[in-house]
Write a new protein. Sequence first.
Length: 248
Amino acid sequence: MHEDIRCSYPVAITAPGKDSVVADAIAWVLHASREFGGIPLVFVADEARVRTSAWLRAFVADARLPVATAPAPDRNWHGGVVLAAWPQAEQLATIAADPRTRGLCVVPDDIAEVGVWAKAAHPHLLGAEAVPECEPALDPVIAEALTTLGGLVNPAGTLAGLQSRRDAVALLVIAHEGGHQCTREQLYAWCLAHGWSQRAARRLAALAAHVAAGRRPAAPAGPFRSDILGLWRDRAATRPHGCPCVDR
């Protein structure tokens, strides 16, 4: 499995911050573990967070569960359902992409920290407060530009090659100069929801931020036809584009 935040296993998310919601997460993890097997794992950025959470401390002690900290569980854990407690975005991406993960329940500190993952993974919501706000949809013309780019580069790769960077910069500049804007977060979320690796999505979002700020990342001129912007606009006008929280 590449670094795609989309999940092929069951996922859930609680309301942020409150220790009381850990009980909901524990119940979900136990239920999922009975169905999908393996050994449940508690994944935290810092083991001190286990000691300060009464629910989590009791869960680990009573069930004698392994606790893992970033960057990833050690090789002695052979797989199961994970309770990721208050992870940072990159830590969550790591455990979500681990092939040993059979289910994942996230207890966030802040929905904004895990919002991109939540939009891409479509988790079951344990509590209405956990619903991530849905940003405005990505400009459909930019979505068409990214679709074109995805056919030229390897979305599962790193977007680090000279030609990949050239094509990415060229398409972003064409869209920007044509008056089509997007936020870094919108582009990042769209890429993750459409099969791009985390590294490629992050690198493309950084390039887009430079272009939006009026800077031109160093890259050779792209090989694109002069009417490609019109082609994207025509496609965008005829293709349905839904909410970024549900559009795949």
